[in-house]
Design a protein around this ligand. Structure first.
Ligand SMILES: *Cc1c(COP(=O)(O)O)cnc(C)c1O
Length: 316
C-alpha cells in the first residue's frame, strides 16, 4: 500500500503573504487565513469584478468614487451582494483599522461565487464579497519613479470592449500578462497595449497620458475610467491646463513631450523611455509630469477627497 500523504489543514506558506487583514463570510481574518473555494467561478472563469482604493496618511482617497465604480460593475455583470455602499465602506474601514496601516492598498472583490452542484448557469451562483488590506504598493518601484518607467508598445491587443467591458474593472488579464512578457523581452519595465484600430489603450493596471505643447491627453475609449485618471482631469481643470480624452495614435505617443501613467497603486508615474527612445528627446522626467506627481499627493490633504480611519487606541 502506498503511504498516504499527511493531511494538513491548510497550505500556508507565510513567506507568500505580506502582512494584512481580509474580510470574508462576515469575519475579519489575518490575510493568510482567507481562502476561497476552488469551485468559485471568480477563480475558474475570472468571473469577478473588483476595485482598489488606497489609504494615504490614515485616510481613504476618493473612496466614494471607488464604491460607485464597484457597484456599477456588479450591476453590469448581474451580480449582487448583501451590503450597500455604506456597509462596504464600513467593512473596508474596519479592515484598515485592524491592520493599523497608515498607507495601504485596499482591494474589494465580488466573484460570481459557487453554484449548487457546479451548475454552469451563472444565475444559480451565489455571489461572494471579499476584501483585503495590504501595505501600499506601486506599479513603479523607487528607481523607476526617479528615472521614469521604460515602456514598450507591444503587438498584443487589448481584449476588445465588445467582448469584455474595460470600464468594469476585471481580472481578464491574460492580454496584459502576455504584453508584460513581450515588454520584458524588449528590455522594458512594462507594456502599452493597443486597440484594434492601432490606437493606444492602457497598460497592466494603469492609464496612459501624453503631453504635447502643454496639452494633456489620454485615450477616451476602450479603457478603464481610472479614478487617478479622473484626478488628473480635476487637477488640470484647477490649474487651467488643457486636458482631453481622445484617440491617441502610437505616433502621437512617440512624439509626445512627456508621457506618464496613472494608477491607484502608485499615483502618477513618469515614463522616460518608449521602445528604447527617450521621450521628448530628454532623459529626465518632464516638468508637467513632476508637477502632476506633486499635486496628486497634495490633493490627498483636501477634505473633499478624504475619509479618515479611526484606528483602535487613537484619539481620532
Ligand atoms: C485599475 C486599473 C487602472 C487604473 O485605475 P485607477 O482607478 O486609477 O486605479 C487602469 N487600467 C486598468 C486595466 C485597471 O485595472
Amino acid at each position: 500500500m502506498h503511504k498516504l500523504p499527511k493531511l494538513t489543514s491548510r497550505h500556508v506558506d507565510r513567506r507568500n503573504y505580506p502582512p494584512g487583514v481580509a474580510y470574508m463570510d462576515g469575519q475579519y481574518l489575518p490575510i493568510q487565513e482567507a481562502k476561497l473555494s476552488i469551485l468559485d467561478y471568480g477563480f475558474l472563469h475570472s468571473d469577478a469584478t473588483y476595485d482598489v482604493v488606497h489609504v494615504w496618511k490614515g485616510a481613504f482617497f476618493r473612496l466614494g468614487d471607488h464604491l460607485d465604480r464597484f457597484f456599477r460593475g456588479m450591476t453590469e455583470l448581474h451580480m449582487s451582494i448583501p451590503y450597500d455602499k455604506a456597509e462596504v465602506a464600513d467593512i473596508l474601514h474596519n479592515c484598515v483599522a485592524l491592520s493599523g496601516f497608515k498607507n495601504a492598498y485596499v482591494e474589494f472583490i465580488c466573484t460570481r461565487g459557487t453554484s449548487p452542484n457546479f451548475s454552469r448557469d451563472p444565475r444559480d451562483a451565489e455571489n461572494r464579497f471579499v476584501a483585503f488590506v495590504i501595505p501600499f504598493g506601486s506599479v513603479a518601484n523607487k528607481e523607476q519613479m526617479e528615472r521614469g518607467l521604460h515602456i514598450a508598445v507591444t503587438d498584443v491587443l487589448r481584449i476588445p470592449p465588445s467582448s469584455v467591458d474595460p470600464t468594469v474593472k476585471n481580472y481578464h488579464w491574460l492580454d496584459m500578462v502576455k504584453a508584460l512578457y513581450a515588454a520584458y523581452e524588449l528590455g522594458a519595465d512594462t507594456a502599452v497595449l493597443l486597440d484594434a484600430n492601432g490606437n493606444v489603450s492602457e497598460g497592466p493596471g494603469f492609464n496612459i497620458f501624453a503631453v504635447k505643447d502643454g496639452v494633456v491627453s489620454t485615450p477616451d475609449l476602450g479603457v478603464l475610467l481610472g479614478i487617478t485618471r479622473q484626478t488628473i482631469f480635476d487637477l488640470c481643470a484647477e490649474m487651467g491646463i488643457e486636458c482631453h480624452a481622445q484617440d491617441i495614435a502610437v505616433e502621437d505617443l512617440k512624439s509626445a513631450d512627456e508621457v506618464f501613467v496613472t494608477s491607484t497603486a502608485g499615483g502618477v508615474m513618469p515614463v522616460s523611455q518608449m521602445d528604447r527612445q527617450p521621450i521628448g528627446g530628454a532623459r529626465e522626467v518632464g516638468l508637467l509630469t513632476k508637477r502632476m506627481m506633486a499635486l496628486y499627493w497634495q490633493i490627498h490633504e483636501d477634505d473633499k477627497y478624504r475619509n479618515a480611519i479611526s484606528y483602535p487606541g487613537s484619539a481620532e
